[in-house]
Write a protein that binds this ligand. Structure first.
Ligand code: ADP
Ligand code: MG
Length: 439
């Protein structure tokens, strides 16, 4: 079905044609008619299937066909879990909005706050942003949401995972009026933790569930190598990067430090590689993604920061150096290839430390991952069965023993009146930070 057959305003069809887009994708042809008529949408479709335009087109359609409810408030807002994804969605939105004289703005963490406040005073019609920074501006009253007509959550499950449920609800409450329409999309919406959030955000949504979250993507050829330890994984990685045919590759690792370490190691091996993770400064993050997107590097090593939504069309090889803890992230990581009907490959290394993640993955995905045996680096590990320790007391004892032996951290206690040191108090440890903090 063509965009011109969806009953859209001609200017929208023309703007799409100018971008060489004429045929709809399945999620677009199913979601756009409902959304353009004001219905809430809960949309689930595989990675790379065109979900962005499935919500951008109805936003534009509604904004040009209806009168604004207020003079100054944004009329539509799109929230995404990472700065990189928000920027990409912003570019798609801006390209469409420009053609219809609608103003857009990008509001993400890491960019200058005051500059954003200035941009917000120019009353953009459509905002694209990350939930943390948007919520900050709202609580500082840089803008209001009384006139918001459409709110979109892209990759809603990831925003929840990253701990943004409070910000999402705060944003929702400020725009909680009868006329608001809500669209929510992801390739993975099976997590039961999502139910509560979905119930509070969406109003009688049209559910469009096109692809089962854990069905393997048919355009992505998967394989799995058992691996013994990090050195074995590195040897496998080097071998695969030297022998596979690919334009660009993304290698996913578990931590920010691993991303730096592995990227340097690959650079030493004379591979053209760059690292992306949340410890980089904002301009470094932007430079990395721009340079990789422009084809200046062959390989990007990254944490799950790069797992969601990024549309880098030259990537046709994804390697999971470690398996992600959450099954959904596996689906999204491998979904960085095989986009918009193109073919790609995904290789996963499974070592003893990945075993529990692998079992969880096996339980969820509908097909087995084909196990490949490496011709020159076969390794010893072939998977293991995990035995549960049933004696609770014994594990407690070990834990207590560890605690007793752990060195304690103290800080000096100063007497307030005399200012002299009067003893020591234990320091309360901060809770450990998440592996990746995207905002
Ligand atoms: P998703 O959000 O489902 O992962 P995206 O919205 O990022 O997918 O789109 C993936 C790619 O498909 C993008 O490069 C986009 O330009 C392209 N695309 C989207 N819609 C169409 C279409 N109707 N025809 C051709 N390509 C499209
Ligand atoms: Mg997307």
């Amino acid at each position: 079905m063509l965009f011109s057959e969806l009953g859209l305003d001609n200017r929208i069809v023309q703007a799409l044609e100018n971008q060489k887009l004429t045929e709809t994708t399945p999620i677009q042809r199913q979601a756009i008619p409902y959304a353009a008529h004001g219905r809430d949408i809960l949309g689930c479709a595989k990675t790379g299937s065109g979900k962005t335009l499935a919500f951008v087109i109805p936003i534009i359609a509604r904004l040009i066909s209806q009168k604004a409810m207020t003079k100054r408030d944004p009329r539509a807002m799109i929230l995404a879990p990472t700065r990189e994804l928000a920027k990409q969605v912003f570019q798609v939105t801006r390209d469409m909005a420009r053609a219809l004289n609608l103003k857009t703005a990008l509001i993400v963490g890491g960019d200058n706050y005051n500059d954003q406040a200035k941009v917000l005073r120019k009353d953009p019609h459509i905002l694209v942003g990350t939930p943390g920074r948007v919520a900050d501006h709202l609580s500082d009253r840089s803008f209001f949401l009384n006139g918001l007509e459409i709110l979109v959550y892209d990759e809603a499950d990831r925003m929840l995972d990253l701990g943004f449920s409070e910000q999402l609800l705060a944003i929702h409450r400020q725009a909680d009026h009868r006329k608001r329409q809500t669209l929510l999309f992801s390739a993975t919406l099976d997590d039961p933790k999502l139910r509560h959030l979905l119930d509070s955000l969406l109003n009688n949504p049209q559910e469009i569930m096109l692809d089962a979250s854990y069905e393997l993507h048919t355009d992505i050829r998967q394989s799995l190598f058992y691996s013994d330890h990090v050195e074995h994984k590195q040897a496998l990685l080097k071998h695969e990067l030297a022998t596979q045919q690919y334009n660009q590759a993304i290698v996913f690792v578990a931590t920010k430090a691993d991303a730096d370490r592995l990227s340097s190691w690959l650079q030493q091996a004379k591979l053209n590689c760059v690292a992306l993770h949340g410890d980089l400064l904002q301009n470094q993050r932007a430079n990395v993604i721009n340079a990789f997107g422009n084809g200046q590097h062959d390989i990007m090593v990254c944490t799950d920061l790069g797992a969601r939504g990024l549309d880098l069309r030259k990537v046709n090889l994804v390697i999971n150096f470690d398996l992600p803890k959450h099954v959904e992230e596996f689906v999204h990581r491998v979904g960085r290839t095989g986009r918009a009907g193109e073919k790609g490959s995904a290789i996963s290394f499974v070592g003893p430390r990945d075993w529990l993640s692998y079992l969880a993955l096996k339980k969820h995905i509908t097909q087995e991952l084909p196990v490949a045996v490496h011709p020159t680096l076969p390794g010893e590990f072939k998977g293991k069965t995990v035995t549960k320790n049933t004696s609770r007391n014994s594990s407690k004892k070990v834990k207590n023993k560890k605690r007793e032996n752990a060195p304690k951290a103290y800080k000096k206690r100063i007497d307030n009146t005399s200012g002299t040191e009067v003893g020591h108090v234990p320091i309360k440890r901060k809770p450990r930070q998440k592996a990746e903090d995207n905002e």
